[in-house]
Design a protein around this ligand. Structure first.
Ligand SMILES: Nc1ncnc2c1ncn2[C@@H]1O[C@H](COP(=O)(O)OP(=O)(O)OP(=O)(O)O)[C@@H](O)[C@H]1O
Length: 239
């Protein structure tokens, strides 16, 4: 029996991007299948964060093509791209430390009533946030702040979440909770993430793309990558 291939929700084709005078991305292609988790892998400084920022319109793309549900995003503002239903969780979480958990969630809404529509799902996913709803964001632990950062991207009705390094700096038990929350939310959303920790990536992702020195060099199913130790060793330097 032939299985129908998943629809591609985001197509990044051969993009180039500069930061100042530096040519950082020199040909990155990423196909993101709808309803799955895709991870960008690669060494420090390879260009993973720059790829997410370029998709989000936060970096200028000078060449190549990005399409979300068939619509071109190149040259569009970050605001326009967010309106299309793409949520971005940046590496350093960027939560408002003086605002309460509820206020952090409220200002993430795009339309009136967004939080009311999404809060049951969010609090089921992250019960801690419900308990801490009145606490300032700055009083949360690192893991709770990461949960709040992801929760904010779930307030509007986003179809695609871009999540940069969700496990960075967190204790193993918290990482376990995050993995399970991201897998649960991926039942309704498509996820593209950057993850340095190969073990976490292999537990989370369905598909991978390796970026090396500003170029995408390999891609496929995560299950295949975990058995290809030569490829893993060559580009990621882990056994
Ligand atoms: N503001 C900047 N000015 C100059 N170079 C930058 C700037 N931001 C990033 N770079 C360079 O761009 C390259 C790609 O960085 P990027 O953050 O995309 O890498 P990464 O793969 O996400 O790695 P990491 O895990 O270390 O964040 C690196 O060489 C980095 O030094």
């Amino acid at each position: 029996m032939n299985e129908k291939p998943a629809e591609t929700i985001l197509e990044v084709r051969d993009i180039h991007a500069f930061i100042g005078q530096f040519h950082i991305l020199e040909g990155v292609s990423v196909s993101v299948p709808k309803g799955a988790i895709t991870v960008l892998l690669g060494r420090n400084g390879a260009g993973k964060t720059t790829t997410l920022r370029s998709i989000m319109g936060l970096n200028n793309v000078t060449q190549g093509h990005i399409a979300y549900m068939g619509e071109s995003l190149v040259g569009r503002s970050a605001h326009h791209i967010a309106q299309k239903g793409i949520g971005y969780v940046p590496e350093h979480r960027a939560i408002f430390k003086e605002l309460s958990v509820r206020e952090n969630l409220q200002i993430a809404g795009r339309k009136r009533g967004d939080l009311e529509r999404s809060e049951d799902f969010i609090f089921e996913l992250f019960p801690d946030l419900k308990r801490l709803i009145h606490l300032p964001g700055g009083h949360l632990s690192g893991g709770q702040q990461q949960m709040l950062a992801i929760a904010r991207a779930l307030v509007p009705d986003n179809g695609l979440l871009l999540i940069d390094e969700p496990s960075e700096g967190l204790a193993p038990i918290i990482i376990q909770q995050l993995i399970s929350a991201i897998r649960t939310l991926a039942a309704n959303k498509t996820v593209l993430l950057v993850e340095q920790n190969f073990r976490v990536a292999s537990l989370l992702a369905d598909y991978y793309v390796i970026i090396d020195d500003g170029c995408s060099v390999a891609s496929g199913s995560m299950a295949d990558l975990t058995t290809d130790s030569a490829l893993v060793q060559r580009y990621l330097g882990v056994a």
